[in-house]
Design a protein around this ligand. Structure first.
Ligand SMILES: Cc1cc2nc3c(=O)[nH]c(=O)nc-3n(C[C@H](O)[C@H](O)[C@H](O)COP(=O)(O)O)c2cc1C
Length: 258
């Protein structure tokens, strides 16, 4: 395991301070993981609408709100999945994402983390990392939204700048948290960006929109916690400056007394 990554499960990481909603919110955030196995149980349009009703309160620079979402279910979702799977199987070299998700040369420590991801991910699926056919088969499952009853596709206006991608990322996480609070699991997926051309043939995606990613969403098939990813410890990515003591965030601290 690369330096700084914690092996402990998500539930037992130390949290000392509590607020009125911290247990519920922390628990939803900690229980979220990239779920790739879904039950057939359907999810209603109302539930998705409720999730988006919450997510629309995501902040964005100058309140631009750059997100655009396509929500797919039923036979229409299947039609999209089949088209993408066909493209992926027959002509994958003819397709390319309109943006680079990964740097072509990952520096450390990111390279080690990605290697660790590969070991855990394929290990949890019983796939040897050298087994390219099995790995390709796993990648293909992305296009069926891993069997989830609902698939979301997110786009952004290509005329916007990098800052708006921050806003979209926050929106995506808010969607996943609101879904998690309703007992749903999710998986964000950049793999959809590659097949934006077949997507444009099936959905009313305008020329200005760039396909950024998808999200699989549904109830989990089972409590599938295999392959949980280790997370870097707070001290590895944080520099605290100017803290004298721990009074802030402590609910027993009463401003009236000061
Ligand atoms: C923007 C984004 C794109 C992702 N794309 C994919 C994808 O295309 N396919 C996939 O199986 N997982 C994808 N993932 C899931 C990551 O592999 C996963 O979030 C990461 O390994 C950390 O694991 P965790 O989400 O379970 O904590 C993506 C995650 C993010 C945030």
């Amino acid at each position: 395991m690369p330096a700084g990554q914690q092996e402990m499960t998500r539930a037992d990481a130390p949290v000392v301070t509590h607020g009125p909603d911290s247990h519920a919110v922390d628990s939803v955030i900690r229980r979220r993981f990239a779920n790739r196995r879904y039950a057939r149980r359907p999810v209603s349009q109302q539930m998705i609408t409720d999730i988006l009703e919450v997510a629309r309160f995501t902040p964005s620079g100058a309140n631009i709100q750059p997100w655009r979402v396509y929500v797919l279910a039923g036979p229409e979702k299947d039609k999209v999945s089949q088209a993408l799977l066909r493209a992926h199987t027959d002509e994958r070299d003819q397709h390319a994402s309109e943006y680079a998700y990964y740097s072509p040369e990952l520096p450390e420590p990111y390279l080690s983390r990605r290697n660790e991801f590969g070991r855990i991910f394929y290990g949890s699926l019983g796939i040897a990392q050298s087994d390219l056919a099995a790995r390709a088969g796993q990648t293909a499952k992305n296009y069926g939204f891993f069997g989830a009853p609902v698939g979301l596709l997110l786009t952004i206006d290509r005329r916007l700048a990098t800052g708006s991608w921050l806003d979209l990322g926050m929106f995506i996480q808010t969607v996943m948290i609101a879904a998690g609070a309703r007992g749903l699991q999710t998986c964000p997926q950049e793999t959809f960006a590659k097949y934006h051309r077949p997507l444009r043939e099936l959905l009313p995606i305008s020329a200005e929109e760039m396909v950024v990613c998808g999200i699989s969403m549904g109830f989990a098939e089972e409590a599938d916690t295999r392959g949980l990813m280790p997370k870097v410890a707070v001290g590895e990515f944080t520099t605290f400056v100017g803290f004298a003591d721990a009074t802030e965030g402590d609910p027993s601290w009463d401003t009236a007394k000061t």
